[in-house]
Design a protein around this ligand. Structure first.
Ligand SMILES: [Zn+2]
Length: 81
């Protein structure tokens, strides 16, 4: 039970919004990231929607419309350098 919680808490797919307003899904690793600068609930990384570097901020999925969640889920940043 605890191990399962840890796994969910430490590494999960999260919806983020970049500073230009693009929504996408990214692998969010709590406590450290191998491909982005970690800044709490924000981090600087490459946006797969606009193909630019931008500050990505965690978004609460409940605050999004179903259309926004669908759009964010359709774009997943899976590439790990
Ligand atoms: Zn963007």
């Amino acid at each position: 039970m605890f191990a399962r919680f840890r796994k969910l808490a430490c590494r999960s797919d999260r919806i983020v919004r970049c500073s230009s307003g693009h929504l996408y899904t990214t692998m969010w690793i709590w406590g450290g990231s191998i491909k982005a600068v970690r800044l709490g609930s924000r981090r600087y990384q490459r946006c797969p929607v606009g193909h630019h570097w931008a500050m990505a901020r965690l978004v609460d999925p409940d605050s999004l419309t179903p259309e926004e969640r669908k759009a964010a889920g359709a774009t997943h940043d899976v590439r790990i350098p």
